[in-house]
Design a binder for this molecule. Structure first.
Ligand code: DQA
Length: 142
């Protein structure tokens, strides 16, 4: 699971938009849920675009079979993160806590949605859990 810029501030950052859950508790919950289902989940958050790109490259080297990613504001700006995901061709779900379509117009454009295996938008932190379960189902079916 990769989270982008400012998501380290979940819990205190605009809680009316992003909810009260902090990133650590989301990560802990998901890691445990994955382990209960005999899967390993690695969690990574960065405020730097190049670190996100390098993490995606590393995912290929480490035989990661699925990525859950909330690219934060890079969703709306980053062709280079998009290219990184295309380069490694690891299937991924794009996750957003908030409903980006009900917000400012610049958040309506995503550089990821058309190449994602699926998108979960606007369901708050629960979206990460749904993404994990869906990813595990997909891996088991393939
Ligand atoms: C976000 C939505 C983005 O527009 C914003 O820049 C974020 C969080 C979300 O999870 O709702 O940082 O990705």
């Amino acid at each position: 699971m990769i989270n982008g810029p400012n998501l380290n501030l979940l819990g205190s950052r605009e809680p009316n938009v992003y909810g009260m859950d902090d990133l650590k508790s989301i990560e802990n919950r998901l890691t445990k849920k994955a382990a209960d289902l005999n899967f390993e989940l690695g969690c990574f958050q960065t405020n730097a675009e190049h670190e996100m790109i390098e993490k995606i490259h590393d995912a290929k080297k480490n035989n990661v079979c699925f990525i859950l990613i909330n690219p934060g504001a890079y969703t709306h700006t980053s062709i280079s993160v998009r290219d990184a995901l295309l380069s490694v061709s690891i299937p991924f779900y794009e996750i957003h806590l908030s409903n980006t379509f009900s917000r400012e117009e610049f958040r309506h454009k995503s550089y990821f949605s058309d190449i994602a295996s699926g998108c979960i938008i606007g369901l708050g932190s629960h979206g990460y859990e749904l993404g994990l379960i869906a990813a595990i189902k997909k891996i088991q079916q393939s």
